[in-house]
Design a protein around this ligand. Structure first.
Ligand SMILES: [Zn+2]
Length: 372
């Protein structure tokens, strides 16, 4: 088990008798939360790198590569970001990705994201990429993977942020196509830690990809899948039972099945939830209606993530801020728990997790210290 208890953190000795062995969350006023949410270390586990392409970068890369865009300028593109559901977003998302052609384009995109993530005190990011979005346009998978990896190495060296890649299969395409892109990617196996499943959920259940996920597990890859965002709770169950995923991406519709919620809590199955995305794509009618606080209260290992930050109104700290603003019952303990969950749910090794969780505890112990 990679989970640690607070008791094991040497940094907590700083707290003195009153908080020995635990953080005194009640000493942290709600007014301290915005600054705490900003500076607490965290992992981001659900970010599609192509969804971090800001309109300004789309236009810059379009110009650099001579790619025509169906929008007059940055503002016209931004105005098109009025989505009604997942599909209306995906149509624009794929158009935006068309400007990515060369290794340096993938480098620029990933480095820009990692700079923003580091500023949000993300210490570790597990980044989705969609190779089929690029290989189907004739871009080599080498340009995609090498460009992203180069940015990740440089960000680690210059910004101190760690990261890993997760290759996603597009579920609106066939399982044969997923097998084909997996074969193309295998020469670069050391560049990615796992595989995922994204794109249009409805009508494309997890079981469609059971064989390719079995192959990926044989290869020692970590496995995750989007399920229960727009699809029913049954998709979460088949992702668990047939794909044998280690995390569920989104998963918010689990609440429609009390038995499933109990199972997710019992198995401590992480859900990578993306609040701003869910509101923007009308999964919930408002942030106040989002069920993340309820899921957290039921003991689920929920985490906060940005999904496609350039399209949905913000990066990971914007998600934390919007969530806490809309839910007055979320307190310092909830903030700590969400960051703690993000480390617990990550695919990093135990030593890294222990270090990050120790740093997280230290931030909260300091915030709760007498005299503050
Ligand atoms: Zn997603």
């Amino acid at each position: 088990m990679l989970r640690r208890t607070l008791r094991h953190s040497p940094l907590l000795r700083y707290g003195g008798n009153r908080v020995k062995g635990m953080i005194d969350f009640d000493r942290i006023p709600r007014s301290a939360l915005p600054a705490l949410l900003q500076r607490m270390p965290k992992a981001e586990l659900h970010i599609h790198i192509e969804g971090s392409l800001e309109p300004e970068m789309i236009f810059r890369l379009a110009q650099r590569n001579g790619v025509p865009l169906p929008y007059a300028d940055v503002e016209a593109l931004r105005r098109a970001y009025a989505f009604t559901d997942l599909q209306s977003f995906l149509d624009i998302y794929y158009a935006g990705a068309s400007v990515l052609l060369k290794e340096e384009d993938f480098f620029d995109m990933a480095f820009a994201y990692l700079q923003k993530a580091a500023a949000d005190h993300v210490v570790h990011a597990e980044i989705f990429f969609d190779p089929q979005t690029h290989t189907d346009r004739g871009v080599s998978i080498e340009a995609v993977i090498v460009g992203l990896s180069h940015a990740m190495r440089r960000a680690h060296a210059e910004l101190g942020i760690g990261s890993a890649l997760i290759l996603c299969f597009l579920r609106h395409l066939s399982e044969e196509a997923a097998f084909a892109v997996l074969e193309q990617a295998l020469p670069y196996r050391h560049h990615f830690v796992g595989v995922g499943l994204d794109s249009s959920e409805r009508g494309h259940p997890p079981e469609k990809f059971a064989r390719v996920f079995a192959r990926c597990r044989e290869l020692g890859l970590r496995v995750v899948a989007h399920a229960g965002e727009e699809g029913p709770p049954a998709y979460i169950e088949t992702a668990l039972d047939l794909l044998r995923v280690q995390r569920i991406d989104h998963g918010v519709r689990c609440v429609e099945s009390p038995a499933l919620v109990q199972r997710l809590a019992r198995e401590r199955m992480p859900l990578t939830v993306c609040p701003l995305s869910n509101v923007k794509l009308c999964v919930f009618e408002s942030m106040a209606a989002h069920n993340l606080p309820a899921l957290l209260a039921q003991g689920l290992c929920v985490t906060v993530n940005s999904d496609d930050p350039a399209y949905f109104g913000g990066y990971v700290n914007d998600n934390f801020r919007a969530l806490f603003d809309a839910h007055p019952q979320l307190d310092a303990r909830a903030a700590w728990q969400l960051a703690h969950n993000s480390f617990e749910a990550s695919f990093a090794d135990a030593a890294h997790k222990a270090r990050w969780q120790g740093a997280l505890d230290a931030v909260f112990v300091q915030a709760a210290a007498p005299g503050r």
